[in-house]
Design a protein around this ligand. Structure first.
Ligand code: B12
Length: 335
């Protein structure tokens, strides 16, 4: 077995459902990054702008890189729990936080590689590094970048997270797989805020995942009615994807939350309660205030008059973002 094959086998033993190797070269589609950033002035993803040049070539992040091991870790998420009055939580956000867990697994793979090739060195990435993970994943043959802009595997769909290792060894690369979206448009039609549009750069500022998790301050009024019950992330473009109909329900990340929680509970969560319940999950990124804001919006979108008293109370809150959101929601509910 070649070292490249052994390395992928090792990654699978660390829990990767997918493992492949890409050359450490700039990605040909990287120029689309500029187009996306130019089209998306409203999305406050300032970190993408700050390190755009680094993102386009992994060697600007790890100069010794000669190849990149890219892995896909499937996630199941907690019990599904949707319905009127529930705040919906995206599958990945209902799991234990993946950044440290996946980086640790990649570092274990690197430690093993050093026992096989003492000259080996590398740098692990899992989401937070300036690496265009989906493009390197596509170059490593894990899947293709779909119309929903996610990396889709024919075998396991798209409910997987990416992590990897930039390596100083020249390892044999895998071949990219052909794009299989074809004429399917289900994800484009499923996105209520029209973040996805064929032939146009992804509009991150309209994506419900962006709006619920990354956007600070009042939510843009034009998108509010279409955000439904989502309070942390969104899976609509993945739920609509036919390749996810057979996606594994279990993954390496432990489920930490159900995929829906009662809106009253979310709005009532104080700082200590928030830390206790969400501190070890990706929901922690929203902070208690962000989660409250989203829950108050979802109440307005629920159509349920039982939320009126709660919203009336929050309408008096000294925090202008929460009070304005509550009054907006109140005006939408029937008496
Ligand atoms: C910033 C970010 C976001 C932002 C912006 C999303 C975006 N599309 O850029 C927001 C907050 C909206 C977001 C949302 C989500 N994210 Co996110 N996100 C990232 C992050 C940190 C950086 C992405 C980035 O560099 N964007 C800049 C743009 C320009 O890059 P790009 O979209 O990759 O664009 C390139 C290609 O798509 C290609 N391209 C563009 N258009 C097209 C069209 C076609 C047809 C093709 C072939 C290529 C192509 O060219 C572009 C330029 O290089 C990555 C982790 C990482 N380091 O890569 C995770 C990451 C992409 N996110 C991930 C996930 C899981 C999500 C969510 C599903 C979470 C959720 N359930 O709520 C949603 C999905 C939204 C969506 N449909 O894209 C996973 C995706 C895993 C996978 N299977 O693909 C990643 C890889 C994190 C990880 N380590 O696993 N995310």
């Amino acid at each position: 077995m070649s070292l490249a094959e052994e390395l992928k086998e090792r990654a699978r033993r660390e829990g990767a459902a997918l493992a492949g190797i890409a050359p450490a070269a700039p990605m040909p589609q990287a120029s689309l990054l500029e187009a996306q950033l130019a089209a998306d002035r409203d999305a406050s993803l300032s970190f993408l702008r700050r390190d755009a040049a680094v993102r386009q070539d992994v060697r600007r992040w790890y100069p010794q890189a000669q190849s990149v091991l890219v892995c896909g870790f499937a996630y199941g998420g907690g019990r599904e729990s949707k319905g009127p009055g529930m705040g919906r939580i995206a599958r990945y956000a209902a799991c234990e936080d993946y950044h440290t867990a996946l980086k640790r697994r990649m570092e274990a793979v690197l430690a093993w590689l050093r026992t096989r090739a003492p000259e080996a060195d590398g740098r692990a990435f899992a989401d937070s590094s300036p690496v265009l993970e989906r493009l390197y994943g596509a170059a490593a043959g894990l899947g293709w970048v779909g119309k929903n802009r996610l990396l889709i595997s024919e075998r396991i769909g798209s409910y997987f997270l990416i992590a990897g290792l930039a390596l100083n060894l020249p390892l044999e690369s895998d071949r990219p797989v052909p794009e299989r979206c074809g004429s399917c448009r289900r994800c484009l039609e499923a996105c209520p805020t029209r973040a996805l549009d064929d032939g146009r750069p992804f509009a991150a500022g309209r994506c419900i995942a962006y709006l619920t998790i990354e956007h600070r301050g009042p939510l843009p009024k034009e998108h509010r009615p279409r955000m439904g019950g989502w309070v942390a992330g969104c899976d609509l473009c993945q739920e609509a994807c036919p390749f996810n109909s057979a996606a594994p329900r279990e993954g390496v990340l432990a489920p930490a939350l159900p995929q829906g929680l009662p809106l009253e509970e979310l709005a009532a969560c104080d700082e200590a309660g928030f830390r206790e319940r969400f501190g070890r999950t990706p929901v922690s990124r929203l902070k208690a205030r962000g989660l409250k804001r989203n829950a108050l919006l979802a109440m307005g979108n629920s159509g349920l008059p039982r939320f009126r008293p709660v919203l009336e109370r929050w309408g008096q809150d000294p925090d202008p973002v929460l009070s304005e959101q509550s009054l907006w929601s109140l005006a939408r509910l029937p008496r």
